[in-house]
Design a protein around this ligand. Structure first.
Ligand code: MN3
Length: 206
């Protein structure tokens, strides 16, 4: 049995400055994400045989998780899984982050949305439209690229979707720098999207 641990970030906390500030990154990673990891471990300790199963399997089909810890696994397992992707789909502007997508991903985005700008508008609109806490996603569903949103820390694996890119729109991801101005956070975030990683995620689904 091995417990879940907090993955380290592939860049320093200040790497996404000035778009995402170092203090927010540090608290988000060492406090918020760490808490999801700790609470996931605490829940699974009540049914330690579940440590043997991949987290993705538990999130894809939470009915296999005993009822007494099911919601905790959805919340904290989802939180751990969502954040683990989120750190990887960001990169410092100019070091992978911030350009536009290339290759087959760019082609499919253009096919579906007409242009990168239209895609960006729809994604941003979806993120602005989340009432309360949640995530916005670019994902593959039934073989096609889609934009969707989820509430709380729900995993899109529960909906049989494959995540390609995700954006945390919980206030804890922007409040220190942007306070209530989610729109400014969204605008800043486009500068640090790690498109090479997102292209990899997309290629793996083909
Ligand atoms: Mn978060």
């Amino acid at each position: 049995m091995s417990k879940y641990t907090l993955p380290s970030l592939p860049y320093p906390y200040d790497a996404l400055e000035p778009h995402i500030d170092a203090r927010t990154m540090e608290i988000h990673h060492t406090k918020h994400h760490q808490t999801y990891v700790d609470k996931l471990n605490a829940a699974l300790e009540k049914h330690p045989e579940l440590f043997e199963k991949p987290l993705e399997d538990l999130l894809r089909d939470p009915k296999q998780v005993p009822e007494d810890i099911r919601q905790a696994v959805i919340n904290h397992g989802g939180g751990h899984h969502n954040h683990s992707l989120f750190w990887l789909v960001m990169a410092p502007a100019g070091k992978g982050g911030g350009r536009e997508p290339n290759g087959s991903l760019a082609e499919e985005i253009n096919q579906k949305w007409g242009s990168f700008e239209k895609f960006k508008e729809e994604f941003t609109g979806a993120a602005l439209g989340i009432f309360g806490s949640g995530w916005t996603w670019l994902d593959i569903f039934e073989g096609k690229l889609k934009i969707c949103t989820t509430k709380n820390q729900d995993s899109i694996l529960m909906e049989n979707k494959i995540p390609i890119l995700n954006l945390d729109v919980w206030e804890h991801s922007y409040y220190l720098k942007f306070q209530n101005r989610r729109n400014e956070y969204l605008e800043a975030w486009w500068n640090v999207i790690n498109w090479p990683q997102v292209e990899e995620n997309f290629k793996k689904t083909k």
